[in-house]
Design a protein around this ligand. Structure first.
Ligand code: NAD
Ligand code: ZN
Length: 357
């Protein structure tokens, strides 16, 4: 693992995306003397693999990323250098997380109101700037998040995107303790954490995903109802029937990367309920019947990652032991395989890469 005072090498291993293909390569390490004001150098120990990284590699979103690109935005590591004249409380050796939102201006309307992901100057780790799929990543002092003592770094990594995102999405749903939330995608990286944050907030959970392994995980994590989307003909009927009064859940947190999961959400949500869209399938559309959406006061809300405070809160809850990442720890070199499994939907929970294995 090494102390922060270890010599910083000139080259490192990184997963580089070019022309929609990923390969592990030797690339230069940005040296401390080359850091700009506000930047830090993080020795990345672990990085979660998010479905967003796969969207970036495939280039399937209507957004442009840098090329060549080093992906990754669930990084956990230690500060090994700080750019000269940077105004920060961070110290060498601090344990920090690199999240999707690498930087934002902190001065605009959006930043001032805590909507940092909407800042026009936002930089995204593993998308507009190189991310955590490298052993030494440059990040930004004002946006890295301290990882609480006692929370192991490998377990912390997926909280930096999956955890923060679903925690914030649940807050956006305005669901109250005792109410029901349905989570399509519940057996995946975001979904399995959403089950746990939901319970932390006093909510009762209906999980939707597919296969015995994901069912076992969702049930173990506390989902009270399970619906297998591949074995259910009428999802709307099944979701409504899963709530005690048959009116449907108060909220849906859609964490699936497939558009199909969105198709029925506004139909099964309870009157006055909220569908929170989190999963980002390219080219998917939600169609809402205007009469019934209005008449039954249904709401559809987009929710995009979280701000610095959401990250601190999500990590603190994980450090309390009430939310725990279920993950397989794999060597860095396995990233291309992990993408293949993610693509065919066979990953359960999260994969965390050991950058030094
Ligand atoms: P994942 O692959 O780990 O999990 C997705 C899960 O959805 C899988 O378990 C899959 O079986 C399940 N699924 C597929 N089709 C389904 C259906 N029709 N109904 C119910 N479940 C279905 O992916 P992940 O890393 O959890 O990411 C999920 C999505 O969220 C991706 O599109 C990702 O880009 C997006 N994301 C959005 C934000 C945000 O800020 N809004 C943040 C992070 C990730
Ligand atoms: Zn992510």
């Amino acid at each position: 693992m090494g102390a922060p005072t270890d010599k910083i090498p000139k080259t490192q291993k990184a997963a580089v995306v070019r022309d929609k293909k990923v390969a592990i390569e030797d690339v230069p390490v940005v040296q401390p003397s080359d850091l700009k004001v506000g930047q830090v150098l993080v020795k990345v120990l672990y990085s979660g693999v998010c479905h967003t990284d796969l969207h970036a590699q495939l280039g399937d979103w209507p957004l442009v990323h840098k090329e060549p690109l080093i992906g990754g935005h669930e990084g956990a590591g230690i500060i090994v250098a700080i750019g000269e004249h940077t105004d920060t409380d961070l110290k060498l050796g601090d344990r920090v997380g690199i999240k999707w939102l690498a930087d934002s201006c902190l001065k605009c309307d959006y930043c001032r109101q805590g909507y940092e992901p909407l800042c026009h100057q936002a930089q995204c780790s593993g998308f507009t700037v190189d991310g955590s799929f490298q052993q030494y990543a440059v990040s930004f002092a004002r946006h890295v998040t301290k990882i609480p003592e006692g929370l192991p770094m490998d377990k912390a990594a997926p909280i930096l995107c999956a955890g923060v995102t679903v925690y914030k999405a649940l807050k956006q749903s305005n669901a109250r303790p005792g109410e029901w939330v349905v989570i399509p995608g519940a057996g995946g990286g975001l979904g399995h954490l959403a089950i746990q944050y939901a319970q932390y907030m006093g909510l009762r959970v209906i999980a939707i995903d597919t296969g015995a392994e994901k069912q076992a995980l969702c049930t173990k994590l506390g989902a009270e109802r399970w619906i297998d989307f591949r074995q259910t003909d009428d999802i709307v009927k099944a979701v409504k029937a899963a709530t005690p009064d048959g009116d449907g859940p108060h909220a849906a947190i859609v964490t699936s990367a497939s558009g199909a999961a969105y198709e029925q959400a506004l139909d099964y949500i309870r009157p006055h309920g909220t569908v929170v869209s989190v999963g980002l399938p390219p080219d998917a559309k939600v169609s809402a019947d205007v009469f019934w959406t209005t008449f039954l006061e249904k709401q559809l809300k987009g929710s995009y990652v979280g701000n610095r405070q959401d990250a601190v809160e999500a990590l603190a809850i994980a450090a309390s032991g009430r939310v725990e990442t279920t993950f397989r720890l794999l060597p860095f070199a396995n990233l291309p395989d992990v993408y293949a499994q993610m693509h065919d939907g066979s990953l359960v929970g999260r994969v965390v890469l050991d950058l030094w294995a």
